[in-house]
Ligand binder design. Structure first.
Ligand code: AHR
Length: 601
């Protein structure tokens, strides 16, 4: 096959095609990206956190020892429970044990009153790795201490011991080394793995977490900011507890640290598929008499992100330590909702209010899920009518679907809303799945004039707490395990462009063969680099010739290949420097994804 690239034949495409979808699913937040090591630090776990009744899921979850839970005179009304330790110890097992590194510093903090107490980090054998003392009085006071464990262990536990009666709440242990070293920060290894993908945006807090599974489970951003003890914890739609320690301030800060656009997604005034709290099957939305307040919450979020310090919500951002605006540009309204009258009435109200007050904000609407039986087009009709700049599409499909539908966006009307492909994945973490995604993404780059953004979903999954497979990055307390799908995303993230170079190619007379070869050529304006992506989903080597005209290229190029057994999960990219000319040829190994990055003059 010959691939002809003519420098004069190109079009502008979005430079935001690779981003991340962050949802608190699979313990992605508490016990995941949020670096807190104590589980249930506020004693607010509740029987309602889990669907069905699980008796152990209560305010003592992850704690054991000589204590009782009290509610009288709490440190904050939003955090009613605390523990009273009497003549003995209270122990926390973290999230499946606490992973500690020798000689690193850990910030311990606690609200306490009563008798003097000793805090210890201990090995499962009982050996103490670090200890310190705090001496409370009769009224609640916050204590901060630093602990430095003497050994590296993955299954330590944490203990507070008293010879009298000590009340404790918000018992917290954070590594000092967090991502960018923020207090109340993010787990460095996980955040760095995400940063390495060079995502252009971060969507949060979901997914279904954004709209919840009942009116009382709709994610309320205002409950997630301010002092940690005043935040309102909530049952997670995925059947566990959200402490809200990772809240909207931390999300915005993470986006800023990554140099990525923040894409908050807010419920469209309806819970997941317009579900009711009692699960009656009747469709529900926020009652119309409460919608003005909800719409105001959405507007207030924009003020929180962008307003000056003299505004009510901008001032709260400043109080949290960020007087400068976060420069929010996007807001998503709705997540995969059932497109019904209940939905539409509320969705239109919210969208119109944002359009009126903040015409500069790019609203991402929802068009519902892409399943059989759902009317995808209804969502598009509303988006057309509201003249939305973008809509969010979601699909999870087989690798075969991705291979057969590379032309999905070729026929999209360029005059309508642009697409944010907010959730997609092929069903699996084998190399074949990752290759089908790499192939599909060549089609996304080709259609980068109508597709503006795309994010693989879900992003994170903690081992032993995974509700949804496949995911992009698995982890446990001390290890991060990126999947082969992650390496595809990373190669796209690091090699994105903003100009698509039309290319002429015909690999074979057989369409089935053609379908299994994906080619996209983009240019990154800032560096001038030309990036050729070549995907071979055939079991044989393919040797295309690449011919470039009207482009002045330098001879040295970086050449990265990801190849392996399609049934395995262990393929990893290998890079080297090669020499290229205006016409050159390169073998594409069977089942491979190749990226050639060429400097231009
Ligand atoms: O990504 C997992 C879930 O899939 C999301 O929460 C939801 O939007 C979709 O159904």
């Amino acid at each position: 096959a010959t691939i002809q690239i003519n420098g004069q034949n190109s079009k502008k495409i979005s430079n935001m095609l690779t981003g991340v979808f962050f949802e608190d699913i699979n313990y992605a937040a508490d016990g995941g990206l949020y670096a807190e090591l104590i589980q249930n630090r506020d004693f607010e776990y509740s029987l309602h956190d889990k669907k069905g009744r699980d008796e152990k899921w209560n305010s003592s979850m992850a704690w054991s020892g000589s204590f009782r839970i009290e509610k009288e005179n709490p440190i904050h009304a939003n955090n009613p429970n605390y523990a009273i330790i009497k003549n003995g110890s209270i122990t926390n097992s973290g999230f499946d044990g606490i992973a500690l590194k020798a000689n690193e510093k850990y910030d311990f903090s606690v609200f306490a009153k009563g008798t003097k107490a000793i805090v210890r980090l201990k090995m499962s054998s009982g050996e103490t790795l670090a200890e310190a003392t705090f001496a409370p009085t009769n009224s609640w006071k916050k204590f901060n201490l630093v602990l430095k464990p003497s050994k590296t262990v993955n299954d330590a536990h944490f203990e507070i011991n008293t010879n009298g009666e000590t009340s404790v709440d918000m018992v917290s242990l954070f590594p000092q080394k967090t991502f960018k070293n923020h207090k109340n920060g993010l787990r460095a290894d996980l955040a760095e793995t995400i940063a390495d993908m060079q995502p252009k945006f971060v969507r949060f807090p979901g997914g279904c977490v954004a709209h919840g599974d009942g009116l009382h489970n709709i994610y309320q951003w205002k409950n997630t900011i301010g002092p940690l003890e005043s935040r309102v914890p909530m049952r997670n739609i995925w059947g566990y507890h959200q402490s809200m320690g990772l809240g909207y301030f931390e999300y915005f800060q993470f986006c800023e640290d990554l140099g990525a656009e923040a894409v908050p997604v807010l419920a469209a005034g309806v819970p997941c598929q317009n579900s009711s709290d009692g699960g009656s099957g009747q469709q529900f939305g926020i009652p119309m008499q409460d919608m003005d307040e909800y719409v105001q919450d959405v507007l207030d979020l924009i003020e929180y992100a962008n307003g000056s310090v003299n505004t009510v919500w901008g001032k709260k951002r400043a109080e949290a330590g960020h007087p400068k605006p976060f420069n929010l540009k996007y807001v998503g309204i709705g997540n995969e909702d059932l497109i019904s009258d209940v939905f539409e009435e509320r969705y239109r109200m919210i969208v119109k209010a944002v359009q009126k007050k903040y015409p500069e904000i790019l609203i991402i609407g929802t068009v519902g899920p892409f399943f059989e039986g759902t009317d995808y087009r209804e969502g598009w009709k509303i988006a057309d009518d509201l003249k939305l700049p973008l809509v969010d599409e979601h699909y999870y499909q087989s690798p075969g679907w991705f291979i057969n539908n590379q032309d999905f966006y070729d026929i999209y009307d360029r005059s309508k809303s642009k697409v944010y492909l907010g959730e997609y994945a092929s069903w699996g973490n084998k190399f074949y799945n990752a290759l089908s995604e790499a192939l599909y993404l060549t089609g996304i780059e080709r259609n980068g004039d109508v597709v503006s953004m795309a994010s693989y979903a879900p992003l994170l999954a903690r081992e032993k707490h995974t509700q949804w497979n496949p995911d992009l990055i698995y982890f446990n307390g001390n290890e991060v395990k990126p999947t082969v799908n992650y390496f595809v995303q990373k190669l796209y993230g690091k090699n994105s462009g903003d100009i698509y170079m039309e290319r002429n190619i015909k690999a074979s007379d057989n369409d089935e063969v053609n379908k299994r070869i994906g080619i996209a050529v983009v240019k990154e304006s800032t560096s001038g680099d030309l990036i050729v992506k070549l995907v071979n989903v055939l079991p044989v080597t393919v040797k295309p010739s690449i011919e470039m005209s009207n482009i002045m290229i330098a001879e040295n190029a970086s050449y990265t290949v990801l190849t392996g057994n399609p049934e395995n999960t262990d393929a990893r990219p290998v890079s080297q420097t090669i020499t290229v000319r205006e016409a050159f040829s390169k073998e594409l190994p069977p089942y491979s994804f190749t990226v050639i990055r060429i400097k231009t003059k």
